[in-house]
Design a protein around this ligand. Structure first.
Ligand SMILES: Cc1cc2nc3c(=O)[nH]c(=O)nc-3n(C[C@H](O)[C@H](O)[C@H](O)COP(=O)(O)OP(=O)(O)OC[C@H]3O[C@@H](n4cnc5c(N)ncnc54)[C@H](O)[C@@H]3O)c2cc1C
Length: 432
């Protein structure tokens, strides 16, 4: 069977990889905020502009937290869009906007009630109203921890710390909804706002429940093969035990080795349409990749996905495609290159040793001189790359950059400096 026949067979079903429609999502977010803004006409009922606006800031913060959670939980966002990168970006942006309102709310309450800063942290469960206020204060403190770890302190903490602190979002959201339901002036006064708030709280709880149940429902796969590639990577083959996922080129799945362990994203290097077998290439990193290496053939893996729309534009084939991979960052491009037998793609692969580059031999065979190994471990030389392409092609081409956070940041900065506009730059960082 020729490469073309094989690709045609494996891609007979078109893959829907449409990126998140940001404009439409922004309209939905705006519409969901309208009920929280209606009380702007009723400020006097809350005792004047400052307490009234404080209430509204709390409501707006609550709605944004709802969106943030819904977009942040991949099992939920995947129900609407495969664009995980877009959902995470919006989730982070809404986190900052929500932070503003969530922080504004207690500050305005403090000013309205003429209290000092101690008001923000006083915990008192002795009577009903102070209990509801204290729930809000606990949520506020959790929010501060989450916000700090995601912004100012992000560079100082390890990925895992950042990740575990994120779990605070779930109790935090629950506390915010209960706090406002028990104490929010407008929620207590307006039956329709109370109903809206209940609906938000119920859907928030359902999203969290779905997040917890998702591993139980994730398709089970069996490890069927593992082959060491070079000094620091392993290629794994896994087969479905029941329901099979059908990732398209450039998509990734989340894998966990045990039901209660953390899931990790890995790009799919190949999907077999008949057996449903998936192939992954995994670089040695930390505890998860070490545990993966220790698994014996026949071990069960829990897989969810497919996620991602990174190479969506490249699949449409309308323009020249330039792929820039840092080491293991080549994985989302392998199936893409196989699916473009007509060519039209140039791949710059930053590697320490061209002779042992992961998938180097296959990619060289498929792309010929358009597979270009470049030195790894040093900044990507965008000027040399664009000169090699020819400036005419470089002006029309779409660029896809993938790899670790350092490599992608450097390569994107270098391409921008050479005049590649953001609209032609698509990036997948191997870290959220
Ligand atoms: C969309 C995407 C696709 C990826 N595809 C591949 C691939 O094809 N091959 C490959 O070798 N690696 C891939 N990665 C990276 C891979 O997920 C991490 O190397 C792996 O999770 C490391 O886990 P660990 O416990 O072994 O190491 P750790 O020491 O825990 O992590 C090492 C680094 O990996 C990243 N990381 C860890 N856990 C996660 C997580 N749950 N989500 C996102 N990033 C995490 C962090 O940057 C962390 O600093 C991909 C990452 C993303 C985001």
């Amino acid at each position: 069977m020729t490469v073309q026949d094989d690709v045609a067979r494996r891609h007979r079903a078109p893959v829907a990889l449409r990126p998140l429609n940001r404009g439409f999502t922004a309209v939905l977010v705006g519409a969901s905020l309208l009920p929280a803004l209606v009380p702007l006409t009723l400020l006097d009922e809350a005792g004047g502009p400052v307490p009234g606006l404080a209430n509204i800031a709390g409501l707006v913060g609550g709605v944004l937290i709802w969106w943030q959670a819904v977009l942040g939980i991949r099992q939920v966002s995947a129900l609407f869009t495969p664009d995980r990168g877009g959902a995470v970006a919006l989730h982070a942006w809404l986190g900052s906007a929500g932070a503003f309102f969530v922080l504004l709310h207690p500050l305005m309450e403090m000013i309205a009630d003429r209290h000092g800063l101690a008001y923000l942290v006083r915990i008192d469960f002795t009577w009903v109203e102070s209990t509801y206020t204290s729930l809000g204060r606990i949520a506020f403190l959790m929010f501060c921890a989450l916000w700090l770890v995601s912004t100012l302190a992000r560079a100082a903490v390890r990925y895992r710390t950042w990740h575990y602190v994120h779990y605070l979002s779930y109790p935090l959201g629950a506390l915010v909804f209960v706090h406002a339901y028990g104490q929010g002036t407008f929620i207590l006064d307006l039956w329709w706002l109370r109903a809206y708030w209940l609906a938000l709280g119920a859907t928030f709880a359902a999203a969290c429940g779905w997040r917890l149940a998702a591993p139980l429902l994730a398709p089970r796969y069996e490890l069927t093969g593992a082959a060491r590639e070079g000094a620091s990577a392993t290629v794994y083959a896994i087969r479905p035990r029941g329901r099979a996922l059908r990732p398209g080129p450039g998509q990734f799945c989340h894998l966990r080795t045990r039901l209660l362990s953390r899931a990790h994203p890995l790009s799919v290097v190949r999907t077999d349409p008949d057996s449903g077998e998936l192939l992954f290439a995994v670089r040695d990193a930390g505890p998860f990749t070490a545990e993966f290496r220790r698994l014996a053939p026949g071990a069960t893996l829990y897989v969810d996905g497919p996620h991602g729309t990174f190479t969506h534009e490249a699949l449409r084939g309308a323009r020249p495609v330039v792929l820039v991979a840092g080491g293991i960052g080549v994985t989302p491009f392998v199936e893409l290159v196989r699916s473009r037998p007509e060519g039209g793609a140039v791949l710059f692969h930053a590697v320490r040793s061209p002779a042992t580059a992961l998938f180097g031999a296959e990619l060289r065979e498929l792309l010929g001189p358009d597979y270009v190994p470049v030195p790894g471990g040093v900044p990507f030389d965008a000027r040399a790359a664009l000169d090699r392409l020819g400036r005419g092609t470089a002006r029309r081409a779409l660029f896809f950059v993938c790899g670790g956070p350092g490599f992608t940041a450097d390569a994107v900065a270098a391409l921008r400096a050479e005049g590649v506009e953001d609209r032609r730059l698509h990036v997948e960082r191997f870290e959220w």
